[in-house]
Ligand binder design. Structure first.
Ligand SMILES: [Zn+2]
Length: 92
């Protein structure tokens, strides 16, 4: 199997991606608060909390330790998009 056939996903997100994130922030599916701690590593095939696709081994995964014990996993790019929407909504 050619591992290089699956490069990290760097293509820009779909145009309505920011809107979807905003909807999730408003509904509570994604938190508005800042994480207590955060780690980065390679994907372990967990679903991304933001885009809901699998974070593959070749992709960078961020693990977020949220207040209240909630743990979130997201792609590096999805994390940036989440941060941006939180700032737009005035929570960062
Ligand atoms: Zn994602």
């Amino acid at each position: 199997m050619l591992r290089n056939a699956f490069p990290p996903r760097l293509d820009p997100p779909a145009p309505n991606f920011d809107e979807r994130i905003r909807g999730k922030l408003i509904s509570g599916a994604l938190p508005l608060e800042s994480p207590k701690a955060m780690w980065g590593g390679y994907g372990t095939r967990r679903p991304c909390a933001v885009c809901e696709t699998t974070i593959r081994e070749a992709e960078v995964e961020y693990e977020l330790d949220m207040p209240g014990g909630r743990r979130l996993f997201m792609h590096m790019g999805c994390h940036s998009a989440w941060m941006t929407e939180r700032i737009r909504l005035g929570f960062a």
